[in-house]
Design a protein around this ligand. Structure first.
Ligand code: GLC
Length: 651
């Protein structure tokens, strides 16, 4: 919206820009700046309006943007222009990703580059490389404690190797996602060193207090993220002689965004990685970036304002680059990270709700909580999408609400207890082999670690040498993938899951990892073994080839693009999840997704599909490429742990 005040400030800043950057070619930059400046100005004012140096700070920010624009390569600028013309390009069903650690997947960036063929063979065309920036030698939270935001960690590779990889990916029309850890730095970061050396400028980058008064006030309402290994949210720093806010581990210092210099630095870092060729940036832990005494210091309105500002800055400099919100928070809170059409934040968000509910349904073999929760979620803005996943490098948090559990007819405390016991292998009849993570005796909460295959029962089944259980675990792994591939959004596989990799307990031998059991599901892949596995018949090979088929099929089905076109179908069998994917233009026949979470076959009454556009035609199972038998003119048998992608037409 036009504001004369914003206009006057912009005029003054523009004149300083031309003084600094002279006749440099800044044309699309100026146009985009003109569009986004009023929004930037009003948001900036809401966060930093109290400061006497507001305009000076804003001017420095705009200069940072101009500098980043100048540094952006002509190739990337061309991609920006193309994507501006086709802003919904990423909603296509064509995109299937995999998240991986470069070193653990293939020994580093050069190794990842050499495995591009393997990924393409599977059908993956988006790679999310977990944090690759320089981090401390010892404990570093899997790379999420950064000591130099602009340097590739030498254990992972070199800047040159990253360049070779991005060039190769671009040639192969694949996307690269990189992490930017916006909430904290490692305590080995130069800013910390300078703060410790007494530089006030850098002390102001963090939350530092000489006594416990303020930390105590904060901690009264701040939940603990790692209660077992890093209780509390502050750490005493000997050399600074102050309490420092460390919400995650004691060596991860929280950045203080009430300081506009921090916002500017982090904007510059985000744009730097966009300029290194990332197509998508995963903003780590955005829920935490603003803190306020008396609150949980999560999901605050100011955190959203900061994200809106990051987005507007990126739309000016790197408009072809997308943001993923890694906001693993309550279902209704996650939705807010998309922003609204007029206050955009992130283009993509982790669908942590769906992920956690899938595990809830696995553990209970019942879909009531799953369907009830999904039914009550608001619709996300058109033009944004989910990252649908089953497992990732983190633990599984049962983040859905007690209200949703009650609505499904269960008692929250008992239900959560059961889920934890089941998934961590403590319930007598369980097949899951996970482990509790982050147990908090004060609240009774815990989350769950473990690999997909071990949680899905493959480890126990293989140990028992039980062919039926092996077959069911394998089928469950495939069905869960079929669900993330048809829910609407980018399907994100987690490396190793395509090979049904079991828990890996090697981390216990490494003192820097032993206290964090998330490492049990962060495997070191052994490529000679993989080659062997893939050349013989076994559950791993079966999962790999099923995923290959599923991915290829998904790519052929435009109805699986994310146009907010999923309808959850209420029906009477509590073991089944049923969805319709509908063509918004009504031209294509709907695609019906039916999954059975039980270990017995179940019948589905087809009359539930009538309202969704099915009129009794023969139904074709697109995955197995066959017409499905309809029993007594109205029933469909869904195999144990199985799924169907059904359509009235064969293509
Ligand atoms: C994110 C990461 C997680 C890390 C945390 C702190 O949630 O996914 O692995 O521990 O941020 O950086």
């Amino acid at each position: 919206m036009y504001s004369s005040q914003a206009h006057a400030v912009l005029q003054r800043i523009l004149s300083t820009l031309s003084d600094t950057f002279g006749r440099k070619q800044l044309q699309p930059f100026y146009t985009r700046l003109g569009i986004h400046f009023p929004e930037i100005y009003s948001r900036y004012l809401s966060l930093y309006g109290q400061r006497a140096d507001l305009e000076d700070q804003l001017q420095q920010l705009i200069h940072t943007l101009a500098q980043s624009y100048i540094e952006r390569s002509p190739t990337l600028k061309q991609t920006d222009l193309e994507r501006e013309q086709n802003p919904t390009w990423f909603l296509s069903q064509q995109w299937v990703g995999m998240a991986l650690y470069a070193d653990r997947f293939a020994g580093g960036l050069a190794g990842v580059n050499s495995k591009v063929g393997y990924l393409q063979n599977l059908g993956v065309n988006m790679i999310h490389i977990m944090p690759l920036m320089q981090c401390p030698e010892g404990s570093n939270d899997g790379g999420y404690a950064i000591s130099d935001f602009r340097k590739v960690d030498s254990r992972i590779g070199t800047q040159d190797q990253l360049h070779q990889l991005t060039t190769n990916l671009r040639r192969e029309k694949m996307l690269l996602t990189l992490d930017v850890v916006i909430n904290h730095t490692s305590d080995e970061h130069e800013w910390v060193q300078r703060a410790r050396a007494g530089e006030k400028t850098y002390q102001d980058y963090y939350y530092c207090y000489s006594d416990r008064t303020v930390p105590d006030q904060f901690e009264r309402t701040m939940p603990e993220v790692f209660p077992e290994t890093a209780p509390g949210s502050f750490t005493w720093d000997e050399s600074l002689q102050q309490w420092v806010m460390t919400v995650f581990n004691h060596y991860q210092w929280d950045l203080n965004y009430t300081n506009p210099a921090v916002f500017r630095e982090m904007t510059s870092i985000i744009l730097h990685w966009a300029n290194q060729g990332a197509d998508i940036l995963r903003l780590d832990a955005p829920a935490f970036i603003w803190k306020q005494i008396g609150t949980t210091s999560q999901n605050l309105a100011q955190a959203h304002t900061l994200l809106q500002l990051f987005k507007a800055c990126s739309q000016i400099v790197t408009p072809g680059v997308l943001f993923i919100a890694e906001a693993i928070v309550a279902p209704h809170d996650i939705m807010k990270y998309f922003g609204t059409p007029s206050t955009q934040e992130c283009d993509i968000a982790y669908n942590a709700t769906f992920m956690a509910l899938l595990w809830e349904a696995v553990a209970t073999r019942n879909t009531k909580v799953l369907t009830n929760t999904l039914k009550h979620l608001p619709v996300k803005p058109l033009g944004t999408t989910w990252l649908n996943y089953i497992r990732c490098h983190d633990d599984i948090g049962l983040g859905f609400s007690d209200e949703d559990i009650v609505r499904a007819g269960f008692t929250p405390y008992l239900h959560r207890r059961y889920l934890l016991d089941y998934l961590t292998g403590q319930y007598p009849a369980t097949i899951s082999r996970g482990a509790p993570f982050g147990s908090n005796p004060k609240t009774g909460d815990a989350r769950i670690s473990g690999s997909l295959a071990s949680l899905a029962g493959l480890e126990a089944a293989m140990e028992a040498n039980d062919p039926v259980a092996i077959e069911q675990a394998q089928q469950l792994i495939i069905t869960l993938h079929a669900l993330i591939m048809s829910y609407g959004g980018i399907a994100l596989l987690y490396y190793g899951d395509e090979l049904a990799t079991l828990n890996d307990h090697d981390y216990l031998n490494d003192p820097t990892k032993a206290s964090d059991n998330r490492w049990m599901h962060r495997p070191q892949l052994q490529w000679d073994r993989i080659q062997q596995l893939l050349s013989t018949a076994n559950p791993q090979q079966a999962v790999f080839s099923a995923l290959q088929r599923l991915i290829a099929l998904r790519k052929q089905l435009p109805i699986l693009a994310d146009l907010n076109n999923r309808v959850l179908i209420d029906q009477d069998n509590a073991h089944l999840l049923v969805m319709a994917c509908k063509d918004p233009s009504g031209v294509q026949a709907p695609l019906f997704v039916i999954a059975n979470f039980d270990d017995r076959e179940h019948h589905f009454n087809l009359s539930y599909l009538n309202q969704q556009g099915w009129q009794g035609e023969a139904l074709y199972d697109l995955y197995n490429q066959e017409v499905i038998e309809i029993i007594d003119n109205h029933l469909l048998a869904i195999p144990a742990k199985g799924f169907y992608w059904l359509s009235a037409t064969a293509n």
